[in-house]
Design a protein. Structure first.
Length: 325
């Protein structure tokens, strides 16, 4: 991770009061040498709690705003060098009953972020995606795939006079607010059986610190239009339950509408324009890439698909327990 690019610069984070935003702010304040961080979110209570958590650090600038509001975004991005776009509606089952709200935030809101960043002359933007955006089977995943396409194509917009944009896509985040770990811990403390969606289920997993490292490194590596995917391990949901509550009883509850048995981060179709580069895969856009932009090595084999059940890296229950402690 290189911090030199960020020295004396300003970063804005949308959806900054979430688990990822909080960890990014913490790391950025301690390691990146920033002059200021703009905390952009719509929840005043969470901002107030976060302000107290960081001891009212003068480098933090607090802005109440929604990514649905393009004018508010434009004002907030005045003088900003880098943007981390983390704001999104994320609940799979809720999305199926509130489709318009998810489109308005995840798709139209993302376009607002792009428009404001370009108009404000932001240097670089990294948008956060999800494994559910690859071959999506639910509205949440489909809305994030649309957002991914918006960001990777925005570099080709003739109105864009220098703002570079890319996307990072990763799996479930250990320790995040929406993970199964807090639920399992609460139930285990009461001696209750743990609900398992399906005993065969697998997922990609990444820690908050790893996710932040990956985002920061992507700012340095990006040229524009890339989709960066980390090479991370998979885990079995049963192993997660065993790691959190050894010996606890479990019961299957079945998959929710729109849920996959195994997750995917790179489809076979996308793999045709994907390259392996160190700790990551780089998915190149369908347009705007010349032969000179293509890597000279790391091409993936025909038929490659990056799925959680066929991954070559795995976490055991003991590995998970060590990470959580």
């Amino acid at each position: 991770m290189s911090a030199s690019e960020f020295t004396d610069s300003t970063v804005l984070i949308t959806g900054a009061t979430g688990s990822l935003g909080k960890k990014f702010i913490e790391r950025a304040l301690n390691e990146l040498g920033l002059s200021s961080i703009v905390v952009y979110s719509r929840d005043e209570l969470k901002q107030s709690e976060l302000r107290e958590h960081f001891g009212r650090d003068p480098r933090l600038r607090w802005v109440i705003g929604d990514i649905r509001d393009r004018d508010r975004l434009l004002k907030a991005m005045h003088g900003v060098d880098f943007v981390v776009h983390a704001a999104a509606l994320k609940q799979v089952d809720t999305a199926e009953m509130n489709a318009y709200e998810y489109i308005h935030t995840n798709v139209i809101g993302s376009q607002n972020v792009i428009d404001a960043a370009v108009a404000a002359g932001v240097r670089k933007v990294v948008a956060l995606s999800t494994d559910k955006a690859s071959s999506p089977v639910n509205l949440y995943g489909a809305s994030k795939l649309c957002a991914d396409k918006l960001f990777t194509s925005a570099n080709l917009d003739p109105r864009n006079c220098g703002t570079r944009l890319c996307v990072v896509r990763y799996g479930n985040v250990l320790g995040s607010r929406g993970s199964a770990v807090p639920l399992f811990r609460r139930l285990a403390a009461k001696g209750k059986s743990l609900p398992i969606t399906d005993k065969r289920m697998t997922r990609f997993w990444i820690t908050l610190d790893q996710a932040v490292d990956f985002i920061i490194d992507s700012f340095t590596l990006m040229k524009g239009s890339e989709l960066f995917v980390p090479r991370i391990p998979s885990m079995r949901v049963l192993d997660l339950a065993e790691a959190v509550a050894p010996g606890a009883l479990t019961h299957e509850v079945g998959m929710r509408p729109g849920e996959k048995l195994h997750e995917e981060m790179i489809s076979t179709a996308d793999a045709a324009r994907t390259y392996q580069h160190g700790d990551r895969y780089i998915v190149l856009p369908q347009r705007g890439v010349t032969d000179e932009d293509l890597p000279t090595s790391g091409r993936l084999p025909d038929g490659f698909c990056y799925r959680s059940d066929t991954n070559n890296q795995w976490l055991s229950a003991e590995d998970i327990r060590n990470i959580l402690t």
